[in-house]
Design a protein around this ligand. Structure first.
Ligand SMILES: [Zn+2]
Length: 384
């Protein structure tokens, strides 16, 4: 007997995203993909000329539309999950800023509670766990992180966050040159946490040693790290040349110049390049003055900056990041990999960011003309 929960969608083009299938029919049962065939099925919903791709996975986002991932409360996280879905996101890793101990503890606890509240049928993008951006970072490369709360790696403190999150710390951004960073990295990796190198002044050698110790990601490559110099290759070259490292890129065309985005993508390839937004709670709101981690942020023309001029996250969305990547000459298939499969792998989710039988039916329907988001499904349930 046929299940009630079968959904059939037929479309002009489907990105798995590794392959492109034209035309395609996707069958979904009980929230998972049952089959994908190269045909236009007579039954089911016809999506016309639209294209289907895996829902976007954002592994670095601090907030959006007033909802702040560092608030320490459950409701803003659930609201953030709903609001991000409007931009094609079906899974994300809420990211804290460098903050006092009690604030991070509350954020870790709230993340676990929000994940429990979402359960198996989320009404927004799936919350995958927490990304702690700091507090174990370099004061010299703090960017828009609050200087007051930066500290040295502290395993006992981190374990408190781990316990408060009920084991849902997905990633931690660390500067490997700090005293104690190496044993911290080894322990975090042993716990299954993704260690991302960022807000760092590390030399090439220090970064390579951190990668050997298990670090597997670069937090917003180029930003908040020493510039790439031919006699001082630094953390940028170390991450780009290491096959086990996925590099995050803020593709708002403000944080990184387009040629540098293309160079990173060419060197690392799309499977090792994750588009992120690094968006803050002021994203999606009018220009004005907001706060981030206790610091005043002025948003002007959609670009948030601290008083000293430092960029303070972004107001970017994942769908815009994909459009920007395509606009600067990165092929659509590659841009879609960078927005789905690469970030899913970068946070240890082998069944997300991929349309394949058995995988959760998390997908985005995009217009072929302007790549605008038309529909979003999470676990086979239509959200948008
Ligand atoms: Zn950030």
């Amino acid at each position: 007997m046929r299940s009630e929960k079968v959904l059939v969608l037929t479309c002009a083009e489907l990105y798995t995203p590794l392959e492109v299938i034209r035309p395609a029919t996707i069958r979904i049962e009980d929230g998972r993909i049952l089959s994908i065939r190269e045909e236009r099925a007579a039954q089911g919903e016809d999506l016309g000329e639209s294209l289907v791709a895996p829902g976007f996975v954002n592994v670095h986002v601090h907030g959006y539309e007033g909802h702040d991932a560092t608030s320490g409360e459950v409701e803003p996280l659930l609201s953030l999950a709903r609001t991000l879905a409007h931009h094609g996101v079906t899974a994300f890793v809420p990211t804290t800023v460098t903050a006092p101990h009690e604030t991070l503890l509350a954020a870790a606890k709230a993340t676990a509670e929000a994940m429990a509240a979402q359960g198996d049928s989320p009404k927004g993008a799936r919350i995958l766990g927490l990304h702690l951006e700091g507090p174990y970072i370099s004061p010299e490369r703090r960017g828009a992180q609050n200087h007051e709360f930066i500290r040295l790696p502290d395993w006992k403190e981190f374990r408190a966050y781990w316990d408060a999150s009920r084991g849902h710390i997905r990633a931690v951004t660390v500067a490997p040159e700090l005293p104690g960073a190496f044993s911290f990295i080894e322990r975090a990796v042993a716990l299954g946490v993704v260690v991302s190198l960022g807000h760092t002044n590390a030399s090439y050698e220090e970064a390579k040693a951190a990668i050997a110790a298990g670090a597997s990601r670069a937090t917003h490559l180029y930003n908040a790290m020493p510039p790439w110099h031919h006699r001082a290759p630094g953390v940028v070259a170390a991450c780009l040349e290491s096959p086990q490292v996925v590099v995050e890129l803020i593709c708002d065309l403000v944080h990184v110049a387009p040629p540098m985005l293309r160079v990173a993508w060419r060197l690392a390839g799309s499977l090792r390049t994750a588009l992120i937004t690094d968006a803050i709670a002021a994203g999606g709101l009018p220009d004005g003055t907001y706060t981030l981690g206790g610091l005043a942020v002025e948003v002007k023309g959609g670009v948030p900056r601290l008083e000293d001029g430092a960029l303070a996250g972004s107001t970017l969305t994942m769908d815009q990041a994909v459009r920007n990547a395509v606009d600067i000459g990165i092929p659509l298939r590659e841009a879609l990999i960078m927005a789905s499969l690469a970030p899913a792998r970068a946070c240890g989710e082998p069944t997300l960011g991929l349309l394949r039988p058995g995988c959760p039916a998390d997908l985005v329907v995009l217009s072929r003309e302007d790549l605008s988001v038309q529909r979003v499904y999470v676990g086979g349930r239509r959200l948008i």
